[in-house]
Design a protein around this ligand. Structure first.
Ligand code: PLP
Length: 369
């Protein structure tokens, strides 16, 4: 087994610590810890180790699923990892009637690297590319890529890095492809609740739907490391068996604060975060217009923007920006598109404004408008 180094994390490791402005973070700015009660009592494991049953039941309600169809994890990253291990890393079908057998995955790209590199480590991957410039997803292309040994189709909706939010009808058409081929559809929905009108989650579509998510991006609570898998009990059970070997239980602090964030404060937190995302999206859209650049106006707080003239590719542009102005952007080559860069606009407003001024200065100094 071989795992590709995580390109974006390695890029951040090289620059993020020293740089003054981080304009490549993909989530909304973090909330202050003192908004929450931070005392969970004694510092034990979470017991049972798949998460508080009552809390799992209330999370399951969001999908029309039971407590046993939810596993709490350390972020979406662990949720995806355990799901892929369960779906691709073991022999034999998971569900009844042979559902989920095989070690092949169809992954819709460009996307967050973990969603194709981890399946590639455990099995074989066929990619289906979203069509630029609007990053449309073609269910027929997914149907063409699916094989007899496909265990899972993987989509990230809304998508990182493009910000494309596929319509419910499109996602249902992809779900039908998975059903027709005895495969599961796994959707990473970590940005879902940043949308003004969130799409229904895939785990609510039926027996073949698996949703993964966390409180990281839409809630601004990355430090909790709290997420989950919601889906068929057979998949969730198998993921729990693997979790015994990764993190045993979710974080107790994470669960304690997550209960508050998903309780009566939830609407307030999400409204604040969507307001920030809307305001910042407009500021970035104006900036892009002034510079004559292009993007698909995104849901969430990531824009996938064309590289300005005067630079050979995104990597040379992003290196120049960090070296001359101490601002970190993400080169699109890390997502397979060297003519784009990803700009994250979820950070505090004054930092965003300062970052945009600095990047514009680099573009101007290299012959741009
Ligand atoms: C699509 C996607 N999934 C998962 C993650 C990781 O999220 P978490 O902090 O919940 O592990 C990210 C982070 O950028 C992401 O963009």
């Amino acid at each position: 087994m071989r795992i590709e180094p995580f390109g974006l994390e390695r890029w951040f490791a090289a620059y993020e610590h020293e740089a003054e402005i981080m304009l490549a973070e993909s989530g909304i700015r973090s909330l202050a810890a003192d908004r929450f009660d931070l005392d969970p009592g004694v510092l034990d494991y979470v017991i049972p180790t798949n998460g508080d049953p009552e809390f799992r039941a209330s999370v399951g309600d969001r999908y029309g699923r039971s407590a046993d169809e939810v596993l709490f994890t350390c972020g979406t990253q662990e949720a995806n990892f355990l799901a892929f291990l369960s779906l691709l890393g073991e022999e034999g079908a998971i569900g009844e009637d042979g559902v989920g057998s095989g070690s092949h995955a169809v992954v819709v790209t460009p996307t967050y690297q973990a969603l194709h590199s981890v399946p590639e480590a455990f099995g074989e991957v066929t990619r289906v590319e979203l069509a630029a410039p609007d990053w449309t997803l073609d269910p027929d292309a997914v149907a063409d890529a699916v094989r007899e040994d496909t265990a899972v189709v993987v989509v990230n909706n809304p998508n990182n890095p493009t910000g494309r939010n596929h319509a419910e009808a499109t996602m249902r058409a992809v779900y039908d492809v998975a059903v027709d081929h005895d495969a599961y559809l796994l959707c990473d929905e970590v940005y879902r609740l940043l949308a003004e009108s969130p799409r229904p989650p895939v785990a609510s579509f039926g027996a073949h739907g698996i949703s993964t998510t966390s409180l990281t991006k839409a809630y601004g609570l990355a430090g909790l490391r709290f997420g989950w898998i919601a889906g068929p009990e057979a998949v969730v059970d198998r993921a729990w068996r693997w979790k015994d070997y990764t993190t045993i239980s979710p974080s107790l602090f994470g669960q304690h604060v997550a209960k508050q964030a998903l309780g009566r404060r939830e609407n307030q937190i999400l409204a604040e975060n969507r307001d920030l995302a809307r305001d910042h999206r407009k500021r970035v859209a104006d900036w892009i217009d002034r510079l004559g650049l292009d993007w698909h106006e995104p849901v969430g707080v990531n824009g996938f923007i064309t590289v300005p003239d005067g630079f050979s590719d995104a990597e040379s542009f992003c290196r120049t920006v960090v070296e001359e102005e101490s601002v970190v952007l993400a080169p699109g080559g890390l997502f397979g598109f060297p003519d784009r860069f990803r700009l994250g606009f979820g950070l505090p407003t004054d930092e965003l404004e300062e970052g945009l001024v600095r990047v514009r200065r680099v573009i101007r100094d290299h012959g741009g408008p």
